[in-house]
Write a protein that binds this ligand. Structure first.
Ligand SMILES: Cc1cc2nc3c(=O)[nH]c(=O)nc-3n(C[C@H](O)[C@H](O)[C@H](O)COP(=O)(O)OP(=O)(O)OC[C@H]3O[C@@H](n4cnc5c(N)ncnc54)[C@H](O)[C@@H]3O)c2cc1C
Length: 522
């Protein structure tokens, strides 16, 4: 017997994007049909109550066995049933690595992805030949930094129209979950086995050959560029990482693309899962003030919507708002810009628009636009993390927390070596939003002053970081009046965006805030 749970409380615990709800409901229902057609007895329990309460209604069931959830939040919810002996967890077999792999990736300064990844490559033999990495090195990251100007053309993802199941899910979201934000487009979701195979074949054939070189490119001409968009499928375990890695390793592909892609799945994805598990979701040994928030966060929904978010039922015991590592002591609320109120900065407004349209954007937009700008504005890592969790179809605590609390914001500093921050030069080089923006990088674009103000105010934490030497030296060399202007620009921009006002820049008072050009101290 297979038991599946669909809880209204869980689906509405946060004001999740409608597209995310559709992915979960459609995928699970499609799986139920498959399992039933394969001859399993399927018990599908639905209701507004929390999952744990739904499961408890199975009074006469024999001892239940489940895979240990990857999500810490889910482990916490079911912990009482495990303690009572009514539920037993077996190890999760959907990941390719173990805690021992993570231990091999640890140094005195924390966990290092490159070390972890090399260890996993050696242990598994993936992309290895005679004990050496294929292509002569473990990472081709440095070769994969091309800007994309529209050629070769980016592929269009397949769509999947018309089924009763799809209609049922759409109707249910529109009736039961109509207060959730975001655009619902059910036809983009591969649900049945045949649809998933078609989607994955598209990714292998149409995305992967150019994946590596354009991995870091951002473009208005294509939301996905050559990214595969498989994250929601693999995180829901409808597509297994073992299949993904084995099939890509066997493809005829340039090594830059093959290694670049395998590093994402066998490296980054496994690494963040193992770190999240090892740190118990960043709760172990957390500093004072970084303990879990008592209540589930709304990422500023209330400020944006003007009303509190109300889930279908109260969260069960053991559920809280997650840990809040905050190395840079960033405490600003997330500006309503992230909920779709225009900021006046084209790069930011475009990506935010994409997220509310699709529930997805690719890695570099997440890192170098959404996280970078929030970090430069001093936004609380926890609040930003909750926003990603709410807005993305592929977000689950084990993956969104390491990516946002550590990689995106440097709130947790033991799994990355430096904050991923940049001024406008990077955005101009790797993206194509600047020509459609009213501001010009290096002249009146406020992202430059924001960057310098970030470095100045975090000098005490970042000053000795060997990987930040150059930018810190440049920040220290700025003239006093320039530093004061940077700080004013930072405060003014942050506060305008928090109030939901766009930065227009033409007003004289705002012009004063962003004077150009930059003068250096002699
Ligand atoms: C701030 C921030 C938040 C993120 N939040 C999430 C999240 O909630 N869920 C999520 O799955 N990924 C997250 N990522 C990682 C990455 O951005 C997405 O996995 C990727 O963009 C998904 O699109 P794709 O399937 O086209 O990926 P591709 O670029 O095609 O990469 C292939 C696969 O590699 C894996 N992968 C790549 N990078 C990572 C990573 N850093 N962590 C985990 N897996 C990775 C994913 O499974 C992805 O599907 C986040 C990254 C950042 C910087």
């Amino acid at each position: 017997m297979i038991v599946l749970l669909e809880s209204g409380e869980w689906l509405s615990r946060r004001p999740y994007h409608r597209q995310r709800l559709a992915w979960i409901m459609l995928s699970q229902r499609a799986f139920a049909i498959e399992a039933s057609e394969a001859g399993f007895e399927v018990v599908y329990l639905r209701g507004d109550a929390p999952m744990v309460d739904l499961l408890r209604t199975l009074h006469d069931a024999p001892a239940l066995v489940g895979m240990e959830p990857a999500e810490r939040e889910m482990r916490a919810e079911f912990a009482p049933m495990v303690e009572e002996g009514r539920l037993r967890f077996s190890p999760h077999d959907g990941f390719l690595t173990t805690a021992a792999d993570l231990a091999r990736g640890e140094t005195s300064e924390g966990w290092r992805m490159d070390r972890f990844y090399q260890g996993v490559r050696k242990r598994t033999g993936i992309l290895m030949e005679h004990g050496k990495p294929i292509g002569g090195k473990y990472s081709f990251d440095a070769d994969n930094r091309k800007r994309w100007d529209g050629s070769p053309p980016a592929p269009t993802p397949p769509t999947f129209a018309g089924s009763l199941l799809r209609e049922e899910v759409v109707q249910e979201i529109e009736s039961r979950f109509s207060d959730h934000p975001g655009v619902l487009d059910i036809d983009t979701i591969p649900a049945s086995r045949a649809e998933i195979d078609r989607f994955w074949s598209w990714a292998k054939k149409s995305c992967l050959p150019s994946f590596g070189p354009y991995e870091d490119a951002m473009s208005r001409k294509s939301r996905g560029v050559f990214h595969t968009r498989i994250s929601a499928l693999v995180n829901l375990h409808r597509l297994l990482p073992r299949q993904v890695v084995d099939e890509v390793a066997a493809l005829q592909l340039p090594i830059t693309s093959k290694e670049g892609f395998i590093r994402q799945v066998l490296g980054w994805r496994e690494f963040v899962y193992q770190v999240h598990r090892a740190t118990d979701g960043f709760r172990k040994d957390c500093a004072e003030g970084e303990e879990p928030v008592p209540l589930v966060g709304d990422a500023g929904y209330r400020r944006w919507a003007g009303k509190a978010w109300v889930p279908k039922a109260p969260a069960p015991a053991g559920i809280d708002g997650g840990a809040r590592p905050n190395r840079l002591r960033a405490e600003a609320p997330l500006p309503v810009t992230w909920w779709g109120v225009p900021s006046g900065l084209a790069c930011l407004d475009h990506v935010v628009g994409d997220v509310w349209l699709e529930g997805w954007s690719h890695h570099i937009t997440r890192l170098m636009v959404l996280s970078n700008l929030a970090t430069l504005m001093g936004v609380s890592p926890r609040e930003l993390c909750d926003w990603f969790w709410i807005g993305y179809i592929d977000a689950w605590d084990w993956v969104v927390e390491p990516n946002v609390l550590a990689m995106g914001t440097y709130g947790f500093d033991r799994m990355t070596t430096k904050p991923y921050v940049s001024g406008s030069a990077y955005l101009e080089k790797m993206g194509d939003s600047c020509p459609s923006c009213r501001f010009t990088p290096g002249k009146d674009c406020p992202i430059g002053p924001l960057y310098w103000a970030f470095l100045a105010r975090n000098d005490a934490v970042l000053g000795d970081n060997p990987r930040m030497k150059l930018p810190m030296a440049s920040a220290r060399a700025r003239a006093d009046d320039q530093r004061a202007a940077d700080q004013r620009a930072f405060v003014a921009l942050r506060d305008l965006l928090i109030q939901g006002k766009p930065y227009v820049g033409a007003q004289s008072s705002q012009q004063e805030l962003f004077p150009a050009p930059v003068r250096r101290k002699r």
